[in-house]
Unconditional design. Structure first.
Length: 121
């Protein structure tokens, strides 16, 4: 008596996703949390905005932050339709590039575009 061959028929159309697709978002949590924290810092800084600073005040504060290696929050003059400052730069003052430009973090900023500067706490 002979045996019959067994064949498996795939009747279920569901197939689990590959590991990279299934768990890919779990590995991005650190980037997500750091982006949320940065957004929170910008929101707090924007809500406590004070009047514009004079050129002398800006120069003194930026020089002190540069010498001490402190971080700053820089508000630029550009605003959106809700009267919020569009551009906020957070970073360490790295120095002057030219007479009217300075480097904050990895961004080049024109001195005349700065509205206000605050030290990071």
């Amino acid at each position: 008596m002979g045996k019959t061959g067994k064949s498996f028929i795939d009747y279920n159309v569901y197939h689990d996703r590959p590991f990279g697709v299934k768990w890919g978002t779990a590995y991005a949590m650190e980037e997500l949390l750091s982006a949320i924290e940065l957004n929170h810092q910008e929101a707090i800084a924007e809500s406590s905005l004070e009047p514009a600073m004079s050129e002398e005040e800006l120069d003194q504060l930026l020089t002190a932050a540069y010498l001490k290696g402190e971080g700053v929050v820089v508000y630029l003059l550009e605003k959106d339709e809700l009267d919020h400052h569009k551009k906020v730069i957070i970073g360490e003052v790295r120095g002057k590039v030219s007479a009217d430009q300075l480097m904050i973090g990895d961004q080049l900023v024109d001195f005349e575009d700065i509205y206000r500067v605050e030290r990071l706490k």
